[in-house]
Every structure is written in structure tokens, then in C-alpha cells.
Design a protein around this ligand. Structure first.
Ligand code: SF4
Length: 318
């Protein structure tokens, strides 16, 4: 650990989230044009569909592939969606399982290959045929005897721990429904299991899209998962910003770190802590923050007043 990173960690321990952070986060949110930004985000791929069942299915494909450069990942998602046409959910319900075997021949996106997409499509197909929707699969686990009540005011999911348990079983069931006999690394990468302790950013992104909203970014299709229970989709970029804002003290970017940020954001909005995620994420993606104080970038930063990075230039505090 460098001297500057020790200093930042000490500052974090002493300060925590700055009291003035909430209005700044609200301002960041206000300045973020969700409709325009989502066109440069994987969630925009799902907004191209109008039926909720298609948005749900497309969201799982899109969030699973949401790694790497945005232009490249959007192109990869487009290649995956094209064979399924305008109604991917209907397509997967109707198509012969054997047909799925050849639809993505030759598909390559970084560590994802065509057969990994076929495994995922087969898992979604089986789920649509057995439970009717991905949400129903999520609700079925882990307690299969519990009745489903479609009412957010009396939510079925009562704790973040319960959500994580369900998320883990959701993933394990989808993995069990793959096409190939073995769980291959590329397929496992598409569907990470929170029980492994990793941050599972792409999986939590999927849950955010499903449970938050509806607004200009998230769909709010799932009614039994209260937004308060969601876990921050944490990656390197958002973790760094969260550290600068006193929202994250933990060094590793893992499940515990994602929960730490989620809890701290809950101080600002107990019912909807992840409403700030999209704006924070795009603050990092847009390249406006270069992860050190800069007279060129910082004066226009909406969260400058809460940023705990020292005023003088330092290296990356990680
Ligand atoms: S004030 Fe500067 S260093 Fe801090 S988050 Fe904003 S752009 Fe990044």
C-alpha cells in the first residue's frame, strides 16, 4: 500500500460518507440524462424491446455480456440477440431446443464463446417453459413452498441476505439447465454465483434493471424484490468513485464491498439506495474523473465538494 493510499484509507475511516454527499448525489442524478446515457449502456439494448417478457430475457443476455468496452459489448449483445428476432421470449418458448445448438456458431466475445450463449439460451428456454418467467424462477427459490404475492407494499423479500440466497439459487438453477453436460468456465463467467464471494457486478446489474423503477434507465418489472434489498453492481470504476466519496473502505472489490456500498447508500435513500448507481457509473465511464485531482476535470465534477482525494496530485489510491 502506498503512502497516499494509506492516507486515503485513514481519511475514509475518519470521515465516512460526507454529510453533504446526499444533495451532491441528487445533483449528479439530476445532471445525468438517463435517456441519452442508456444509449451508451447495455441496458439500452433491452429498451429496444417493448414487451416486459422480452425485456426480462434480453436483460439477462445483455447484463451477462456487460464487460469490456461499451461499443464492443453492445455489438456482441446485438450479435447474440439477432437470431432471436423481435420477440426473443416468444422465440425461446417456441423454438426446438436442437435449433439453439447452431445459432451462435462462431460467436466470440473475449472469454465468451457461442456454446456459452447456447447454454444460457437453453437455461432461459427451460425456465420460460417451466416457470413462465425468470422472475418466477427467482421467487421459487430458496423456499419453494412460500406463496408468491405480487405486491411491493408487502414484499416477499425481506432482507438483503434473503435476496442473495435467492440470487445464488437462481444462478445455480440456470447453470443446471445448460445444454452441455459440464459447466464450462465461459458459461460460469456469464452467470457468477454471489455465494462465491465475488462482487457479481453483472448479475446485480440485472437485478437492478428488473427491480428498480420504472424510470428512464431501469424497468421495474419485478414487483417482489424491493429496491432496498438490491446490491450495488460494483466494478473497478464505481469502487474507486465510492472510495473517493467515503462510501467504501474495503480494499477488495467483492461481495462484502458491494454490500458495504449498498448499506451506505441506504443512508441517503432507505427505499431506493441504488438510484445513484447509474449516475455514478457514468461519471466514471465518461472519463470525467481521472482518479486524481485535476484543475481541468474537478471543477466541473458534481461531487467535488464531497471528494476526499487530496487536493495535490497523487497516484491511484488503490
Ligand atoms: S472531484 Fe475530481 S477526483 Fe474527485 S471524483 Fe470528481 S473528478 Fe474525480
Amino acid at each position: 500500500m502506498t503512502a497516499s493510499s494509506k492516507n486515503l484509507s485513514k481519511t475514509l475511516k475518519e470521515s465516512g460518507p460526507a454529510p453533504k454527499l446526499k444533495p451532491l448525489l441528487e445533483e449528479t442524478l439530476k445532471r445525468c440524462n438517463g435517456e441519452r446515457r442508456r444509449e451508451n449502456d447495455p441496458v439500452g439494448m433491452a429498451w429496444a424491446f417493448t414487451h416486459d417478457e422480452d425485456r426480462e430475457v434480453v436483460s439477462l443476455f445483455a447484463s451477462s455480456l456487460a464487460y469490456g468496452r461499451v461499443d464492443l459489448l453492445r455489438r456482441a449483445i446485438d450479435q447474440v440477440l439477432q437470431p432471436m428476432g423481435d420477440r426473443p421470449a416468444e422465440f425461446l418458448r417456441q423454438v426446438e431446443p436442437s435449433v439453439l445448438g447452431g445459432l451462435w456458431d462462431g460467436f466470440v466475445y473475449r472469454m465468451t464463446r457461442g456454446p456459452d450463449i447456447t447454454d444460457l439460451a437453453t437455461a432461459i428456454q427451460k425456465t420460460l417453459r417451466i416457470e413462465g418467467s425468470l422472475e418466477n424462477l427467482y421467487l421459487k427459490t430458496p423456499d419453494k413452498s412460500r406463496p408468491c404475492r405480487l405486491d411491493r407494499d408487502s414484499p416477499l423479500i425481506s432482507s438483503r441476505a434473503e435476496h442473495l440466497a435467492r440470487a445464488s439459487e437462481f444462478v445455480m438453477t440456470l447453470r443446471d439447465r445448460r445444454r452441455r453436460p459440464e459447466v464450462v468456465r465461459g458459461f460460469r463467467y456469464l452467470l457468477p454465483d454471489p455465494a462465491d464471494g465475488s462482487a457479481c457486478k453483472r448479475l446485480h446489474l440485472f437485478f437492478r434493471w428488473m427491480a428498480r423503477g420504472p424510470d428512464l434507465v431501469d424497468f421495474g418489472i419485478w414487483k417482489n424484490l424491493p429496491p432496498a434489498m438490491l446490491v450495488m453492481p460494483l466494478d473497478t470504476h464505481t469502487a474507486r468513485l465510492c472510495r473517493y466519496l467515503g462510501l467504501l473502505e474495503r480494499k477488495s472489490i467483492d461481495n462484502k464491498a458491494a454490500i458495504e456500498v449498498s448499506r451506505r447508500l441506504q443512508q441517503f435513500d432507505p427505499r431506493d439506495p441504488l438510484k445513484y448507481d447509474f449516475a455514478l457509473c457514468h461519471l466514471g465511464i465518461s472519463g470525467r474523473c481521472i482518479h486524481r485531482r485535476s484543475p481541468e476535470h474537478c471543477p466541473n465534477c458534481p461531487i467535488e465538494a464531497a471528494c476526499i482525494l487530496p487536493q495535490h496530485p497523487v497516484g491511484d489510491p488503490r
